[in-house]
Design a protein around this ligand. Structure first.
Ligand SMILES: CC(C)CC(=O)SCCNC(=O)CCNC(=O)[C@H](O)C(C)(C)COP(=O)(O)OP(=O)(O)OC[C@H]1O[C@@H](n2cnc3c(N)ncnc32)[C@H](O)[C@@H]1OP(=O)(O)O
Ligand SMILES: Nc1ncnc2c1ncn2[C@@H]1O[C@H](COP(=O)(O)OP(=O)(O)OP(=O)(O)O)[C@@H](O)[C@H]1O
Ligand SMILES: O=C(O)CCC(=O)C(=O)O
Ligand SMILES: [Fe+2]
Ligand SMILES: [Mg+2]
Length: 277
């Protein structure tokens, strides 16, 4: 209620994390193909030659069709907390395994300060929550999450690309202006620790100054009772346009796609009944 986030220590076992790591490695080596999966490379290496290795991958998104990784989204010890926010009808809306690469020197491994709700055309915000689990020790050296406690009580802000000299990853929009004097909290987390946070909480992550690939796995949940909203004429219009362009290519369709369509396709029920979303 006060901070907009909650860290639970040691929620996911080392054994499970090892299984997620192995599955991720297989995906990077193209040993398995997952329908609908997006493999994203860091903007600093996006135009370089293809290497079949996790060294080329910044994150994978939309792993809902991968049985092994999707296990993360259904874990009872996570859903126990999620249900407190969403109620009994729970949808896994967005899945990611983030593999923050050693920074290339361009600082593009940073994730600008943002609110996840910018990407979501469904409401109410209070029925949405993210679970994010550290797959190893994560601190300021390899780019931990940075949060502005209490900012979830504010409204959704205008997001745009930050004007970073070294380039910005596709769709890494940041809050255009937020109060720079607000206290920042660096979430230092150990392997298996999990943070649950509100979709309006302003957060980002620092650059990775180590030689390792900093790994975290996450899922955004929403109550199936949420409803979709029309984002035309709102601050979210810019992200709808970008997402729709990519989705049209990805799904190979010529008819216009809305932000709502892209979320209806990805969402999966994990508990209860799929009422609205
Ligand atoms: C709450 C949650 C939603 C918050 C977030 O997750 S915020 C970040 C969300 N980010 C995304 O959703 C990005 C998803 N990524 C993607 O869709 C893909 O990785 C793409 C950026 C479209 C690239 O995929 P794909 O087309 O398969 O890759 P290609 O290697 O063929 O490159 C096509 C053109 O895209 C460029 N590109 C690739 N990766 C990046 C990048 N990281 N940043 C900026 N540009 C990039 C690449 O250089 C190429 O450009 P051209 O040669 O066509 O000019
Ligand atoms: N110019 C900027 N505009 C917007 N956001 C920024 C800017 N510089 C950094 N950030 C964001 O602030 C957060 C922290 O960034 P930074 O790279 O300084 O890491 P840090 O964890 O604070 O490390 P350090 O120990 O160096 O302070 C990240 O989310 C980052 O993306
Ligand atoms: O760096 C991270 O792991 C967090 C990324 C993030 O906040 C996001 O993708 O929405
Ligand atoms: Fe985020
Ligand atoms: Mg800093």
């Amino acid at each position: 209620d006060e901070n907009g986030y909650l860290v639970i220590k040691n929620l996911i076992s080392g054994e499970d994390i090892e299984r997620f790591r192995n599955e991720f490695a297989k995906i990077c080596k193209k040993e398995i193909q997952v329908p609908g999966l997006i493999i994203m490379r860091d903007v600093a290496i996006a135009k370089s030659e293809f290497v079949p290795d996790q060294k080329a991958v910044t994150k994978i998104q939309d792993f809902q069709e991968d049985e092994e990784l999707f296990r993360y989204c259904t874990m009872p010890q996570i859903l126990k907390y999620v249900e407190c926010f969403t109620g009994p009808n729970i949808m896994a809306m967005h899945t990611m395994l983030i593999n923050k690469p050693p920074d290339s020197g361009k600082k593009s491994s940073r994730h600008p300060m943002h609110q996840d709700l910018h990407y979501f055309p469904f409401r109410p915000a209070d029925l949405i929550v993210c679970a994010w689990t550290a797959m190893e020790q994560i601190d300021r050296s390899n780019g931990c999450l940075v949060v502005l406690p209490g900012t979830h009580k504010g409204s959704l802000k205008q997001h745009d690309y930050p004007d970073w000299e070294g380039g910005v990853n596709k769709m890494y929009h940041g809050v255009r202006d937020y109060n720079k004097n607000l206290p920042r909290v660096h979430l230092v987390m150990e392997k298996g620790d999990t943070v649950f946070f509100h979709p309006l909480l302003i957060h980002g992550s620092g650059m990775n100054r180590t030689q390792g690939f900093r790994k975290a796995i996450s899922c955004h949940y929403a109550s199936a009772d949420c409803h979709y909203i029309e984002v035309k004429g709102t601050s979210q219009e810019n992200i709808e346009k970008e997402v729709a362009e990519i989705a049209q290519k990805k799904y190979g369709v010529s008819t216009p796609i809305t932000l709502k369509d892209t979320w209806m396709i990805r969402g999966r029920l994990v508990k209860g009944e799929r009422t609205n979303l």
